[in-house]
Design a protein around this ligand. Sequence first.
Ligand code: MIC
Ligand code: SF4
Length: 642
Amino acid sequence: MGENITRKIIRKHLVSGEIKAGADISIRIDQTLTQDATGTLAYLQFEAMKLPKVKTELSVSYVDHNTLQEGFENFDDHLFLQSFAAKYGIYFSKPGNGICHQLHTERFAAPGKTLLGSDSHTPTSGGVGMLAIGAGGLDVALAMAGEPFNLTMPKVVKVELKGKLPACVSAKDVILELLKRRTVKGGVGKVFEYAGEGVSFLEVPDRATICNMGAELGATCSIFPSDGVTKAFLKLEKREKDWAELLADKDAEYDETIVVDLAGLVPLAAKPHSPDNVSAVSSLKGVKVNQVIVGSCTNSSYRDLMAVWHIVNGKKISPDVSFAIAPGSRQVLELLARNGVLADLIKAGARILETACGPCIGMGQAPCSGGVTLRTFNRNFKGRSGTADASVYLVSPETAAYSALLGVFSDPAELGSLPEIKLPAAIDIDDSLILAPSATPDKVEVIRGPNIKPLPAFNVPEETVKGGVLIKLGDNITTDDIMPAGAKILPLRSNIPAISQFVFSKLDKDFAKRALESGGGFIIGGTNYGQGSSREHAAIAPKYLGVKAVIAKSFARIHMANLINFGILPLTFDLESDYEKLSAGDTLEIRGFKTGLSGDELTVNNLTKKEKFKAKITLNARQKEIILAGSLLNAATSFLNN
Ligand code: MIC
Ligand code: SF4
């Protein structure tokens, strides 16, 4: 039987393990990316490995998240990142250049290669046929040190796209349809590989949008073939040399198949507060809208903003709507400035924002109290926008623009067909905001402002682990719930003691104080615990507060890896009914924690309720070693220095 694209790339990069769904494998990583909010820790961890230079083919450090500079912290971080990159052989993309995923797809992504990024939307580069995976910063630091990346061999799902999208239905609607069908946990342990005649009608930016939001399905990554469309895109980016054809064999096998009839799709929206809470836009028609924003790594390409222009050009945005646009990259912004579209968007009433993540991560543009906001972004978790009681809907650029005009939720299908949106005929490529590493690295001093604090030490576990249930949570808890972001908290990303004070602060403002005062304890979660971002702060900060184990019904992939990397044991309930019997405040005890780790379950004593229950250990031998060492950094530094 023939091979699919995912397996072809994995086979070429396989370092250990068997290419069999569910098996532990490790693969060689060609490229890495970091962004500023996860990058400072990733580089501090790389520094602890005491290597003179990265060992990858290419590593890029982007600044796109912490760009509102209310105090010295963010600029301090940018300077640290810039000087670190110069010294250690890393390319550095300056603030103002754009969002890492949009930029990486434009300037560096290459078919058939592997990319590991310290951001959950790294799979965006799958739009050019790259195996691009999101991970915690420490895993990315290890990849920079030349170590292979460990993962569970995913199942490969063929998503067969039939036909062509109707007018005013676009890539965002395709991925929202998949989220509607499969939910935010439907992709865990899977790669979504796109195939079928419909693929040829999607340009690379459309493919990138679909791969980007595969992260919301919980997928390991998503990938498109590399075909003539990819070649044309890379040629436009003056990178034709990076192109290679990459197609699945005609008789390729897949673990599962999903068929999507593109012609039958309608404009869709994800309603508050989850990306899988999807309905047809037609069913929301008339809902009053306060704010509309087009941007983020999901929908901020030239194509997306041209679609917006076709809808709003020559008209005025509703007086009751605040309409903002954040182009994904400087290249996109410059193209729009040169072809006059930017002027038309301003004339229509748009507020033009910096080319950065911005409002997607609560860096400005918080909605009004109780406000309704339509965003072309990928996440609408409660409170992430900066306004706790806002209702955030995720929509396509077409739905966003049409609704901004009318001031109420409006279905762009009513507009009929728009003129065909073609990519520009040529682009004047300007990489001047991407700085190459220094030719004299020994002379470069790494700049460490007061915001750059050393990493805390990570203790090894004791044989008897005892503590209270610090918090009991429901299903689909996000890393935004665990370690909130936003303009006030994000600047503390390089300072673990300070940021730890905000763990669970939106759900339980006394969590940090209680955890520290009681000497730590346990977190109890439902299914898909830790979905969302790759931020390892959602593991390091609880570890700093003394959290010893998380017992949940199931875990999201990246967060589970991050918990292990920082020595917090993830355990799953043997019987889900045991979850019901636990209450916040119960005292739990695990005797024989270290010796018991060699097995596949531990007994947890609930000293308060005088009951016992079994918790499953689903870790491999390497992961158990990391827990025993207190953290992967402890385990890896001894390993790398040998
Ligand atoms: C996000 O969209 O949640 C982020 C901010 O980009 C995160 C990374 C981070 O928390 O720094 C992600 O997606 O991994
Ligand atoms: Fe930035 Fe938002 Fe994309 Fe995260 S999801 S990388 S915050 S634009």
